[in-house]
Structure formats: structure tokens, C-alpha cells
Design a protein around this ligand. Structure first.
Ligand SMILES: *Cc1c(COP(=O)(O)O)cnc(C)c1O
Length: 381
């Protein structure tokens, strides 16, 4: 039995809704299913405005446009993240300034943010790694005190909470992903959540190729025209139809993933006591969405051995980010604030295990027995 790291599971009405969208005779963006997704997400998150995009990368690019950055402006973010977090701002001529991560959650270390602030700083971008929220009380306070824009890369965190408030509603804006490796998916897809109402009007314009078309369709202007910068960021209504079927099952999907997550967590308890690995840490304030189950090895060598061992057993496990500050483009376009000790140490040691809605009991049993075999061999070395 081969076990994939990720699988795009169809869960409910995906086929029916796509069929329905096609029968509507119009499948361009902002059709009926797109509207349904917008309403669902606005209500679920408690945000004044959500706009679907064709990816989280697109939502990040929209947020960089909304931030109105000038060449040389600085944006604080972790180096331990996906390239799009940084690229979106580099495209606007801004400079990412990387801050190290916390040892426990692997989220950006909020105590190191202020040292990275300069007169050129315009925004802070947080990434809620593995769906576990950053320390938002401290970060919101810093952003407010220094009058900086706060943007959440919540790509992995739909359905997560910090102190009872939905992740994605803390920043001026937040970006979600529906890429097939995320909890809720549409193949490729994303959403921009706009919490600061002063950005709503411009976000609609940027998303519609720099035109006031959204206002035109609402009858607020009598013709539509080019009014600002923009691009094409909206997905087809067919994609939204698939997505809506997934969103309707959001709680079911996240609940199932949490079950898998706790099975891993219980299984690894003893191996953590034996110091073979370290398990993920979730602060008490955080309700997470089980986006990921990872373990941390004591060394790169141990991780490599485990990946190879599992591969022989037909189980696909993967490492994660190559820190952006050490990448060729990161060295060219970004700066580092302070040292990157934790980022470098942990990115070499982290291993992600299979996690998807349809992961079966048999598959979980096979993963666990293979890992037991691995750790037994490992302890005898
Ligand atoms: C997946 C991911 C993205 C990119 O999402 P896309 O929808 O593929 O563009 C950005 N940031 C983080 C942290 C991610 O995990």
C-alpha cells in the first residue's frame, strides 16, 4: 500500500455544484458560487469583506498593492515561510526583512520584531505556521504603536483561532490558500480577507484589472473605466463551485484532520520522552486546524534516514521550507535582522507526515508500525 503525503479528496457536492455552475451558462468570475463563498467566509470569519482570488499568492500580491509601497520600503516577515510571502512584496520594489522564529511554534518570534523596525518599515507580515496562530496580542500592539500595516499570511490557517478570535481577522488584511495541499481546497485558489474597511473599495478595483467594474455592476457609477493599478485576480465560478462544496464541509474536514493529528501526537508521546524526536507545540490560547503534523529530529542525518526508511515502506514524508534568507533570490532581494539560528536549525530537522482528510485507519496503522520499526532500529545503533 503506497501512502501519499497529500491527497485531494472530494467530499460532498463538488460535482453537482460544478454541473450547476455550467448550467448557469456563465462561468466567469464573481458568479453565484463566488458570491456564496464570499458570504460563507465573511460570516464564518466575522470579517467585513472577503474576495476570492485564484491563489494565496494572488491575495498576497493584492495586499502588497494595497499597502502602497515605494521602492526600498521594508516589510518584516519570517524567513521560514513559502516564497510567495516575500515575492509579493519584492514585486512592488519593497525589501523583505527577515526575523527569526520561535523554538516552540516555529512562528515568527514576536520579541525580535521591534529590533527589525527602521524608518523604512511599512508593514509586518505574520505567517501562522501549521495553522497555529502567532502571538497576535503582542504583534498587534507592536503594529499599532509603530503605525505599521499588519498582514496575515493565513494560507495554512483557515479554521484556526487565537484567544477565541478567528485567525485572519487580526491584520488589516489576511490571505488564505485553497491550494490542494491545504485543508480546504479547489486545486488552486485563495482569498483576501479585508478587515480594515478603508481598503475595501480599492481591493475590488485592484482585483478587477484596475477598473471600477464592481461599482458599475452595483449601479454606483454609470460606466466602468481604468482608475488604478490592478490585475486579474478572480477565479472562474467553476472553481468557486468546487470550493463551495468544500467550504460547506469545512468543520467536518478540520475535525477529521484533528483526529489524525491527535493519533500522531499520542503515538509520538513516548518517542519524545526518549528524545528521538520533538512533537509540535500548540499554545493554550490557540485552537488549530490540524493543517500539518510534523516532528523535529535531533539532526539532519536522522531526518534523512527517516525519510529514506519511510520511502522504502511506500510512505511519502517531506521536509519543508528552505529558509528564504539562504535562497539565491532571498540573498538578492531581502535583508536579515538579527541571527537566523532557530530558522536554520529547525528547517533542517523538520519532517512532515501524511495528512489529508481521507487518511484511513489502515494507512495510519501502517505509518505508525513503520515508524516504530525505524525508531527501534535507530535506538540500537
Ligand atoms: C501555500 C502557501 C502559500 C501559497 O499559496 P498558493 O495558494 O499556492 O498561492 C503562501 N504562504 C504560505 C505560508 C503557504 O503555506
Amino acid at each position: 500500500m503506497k501512502i501519499m503525503f497529500n491527497k485531494a479528496d472530494v467530499i460532498g457536492n463538488e460535482y453537482n455544484y460544478i454541473h450547476e455552475a455550467m448550467k448557469n451558462g456563465a462561468i466567469k468570475g464573481d458568479g453565484p458560487f463566488t458570491q456564496k463563498c464570499h458570504q460563507f467566509l465573511e460570516q464564518k470569519l466575522g470579517s467585513p469583506k472577503v474576495l476570492l482570488t485564484h491563489s494565496c499568492t494572488a491575495a498576497l500580491e493584492m495586499s502588497a498593492l494595497l499597502a502602497d509601497l515605494q521602492a526600498g520600503d521594508e516589510v518584516i516577515m519570517p524567513s521560514y515561510t513559502f516564497v510567495s510571502t516575500a515575492n509579493a512584496f519584492v514585486l512592488r520594489g519593497a525589501i523583505p526583512v527577515f526575523v527569526d522564529i520561535r523554538k516552540d511554534t516555529l512562528n515568527m518570534d514576536e520579541t525580535k520584531i521591534e529590533a527589525a523596525i527602521s524608518p523604512k518599515t511599512k508593514a509586518i507580515v505574520v505567517v501562522h505556521y501549521a495553522g497555529v496562530a502567532c502571538e497576535m496580542d503582542a504583534i498587534c500592539e507592536i503594529a499599532k504603536r509603530h503605525k505599521l500595516l499588519l498582514i496575515e499570511d493565513a494560507a495554512q490557517a483557515l479554521g484556526s483561532f487565537y484567544k477565541g478570535k478567528a485567525v485572519g481577522t487580526f491584520g488589516d488584511m489576511a490571505c488564505f490558500s485553497f491550494h490542494e495541499t491545504k485543508n480546504i481546497l479547489s486545486g488552486e485558489g485563495g482569498a483576501l480577507c479585508i478587515n480594515n474597511e478603508k481598503f475595501i473599495k480599492r481591493s475590488e478595483i485592484i482585483r478587477e484589472k484596475g477598473t471600477n467594474r464592481a461599482q458599475f455592476f452595483r449601479g454606483e457609477v454609470d460606466k466602468y473605466t481604468w482608475v488604478d493599478l490592478g490585475s486579474s485576480y478572480l477565479p472562474s465560478d467553476m472553481v468557486a463551485a468546487f470550493l463551495f462544496a468544500q467550504l460547506e464541509n469545512m468543520d467536518t474536514i478540520n475535525h477529521k484532520r484533528l483526529e489524525h493529528w491527535y493519533k500522531y501526537h499520542t503515538f509520538f508521546e513516548n518517542f519524545e520522552k526518549l528524545s528521538f524526536i520533538r512533537r509540535p507545540f500548540v499554545p493554550e490560547n490557540c485552537l488549530h486546524n490540524a493543517h500539518m503534523y510534523y516532528i523535529l529530529f535531533p539532526s539532519l542525518e536522522a531526518r534523512t534516514k527517516c525519510i529514506d526508511f519511510l520511502k522504502e515502506k511506500g510512505i511519502s514524508s517531506v521536509f519543508h521550507y528552505v529558509p528564504l534568507h539562504s535562497s539565491p533570490a532571498g540573498r538578492r532581494f531581502a535583508k536579515v535582522s538579527g541571527d537566523m539560528t532557530i530558522t536554520e536549525k529547525y528547517s533542517d530537522r523538520l519532517l512532515r507526515l501524511p495528512m489529508y482528510y481521507g487518511l484511513s485507519g489502515d494507512e495510519m496503522a501502517q505509518i505508525q508500525s513503520s515508524l516504530t520499526e525505524f525508531f527501534t532500529a535507530y535506538s540500537e545503533e
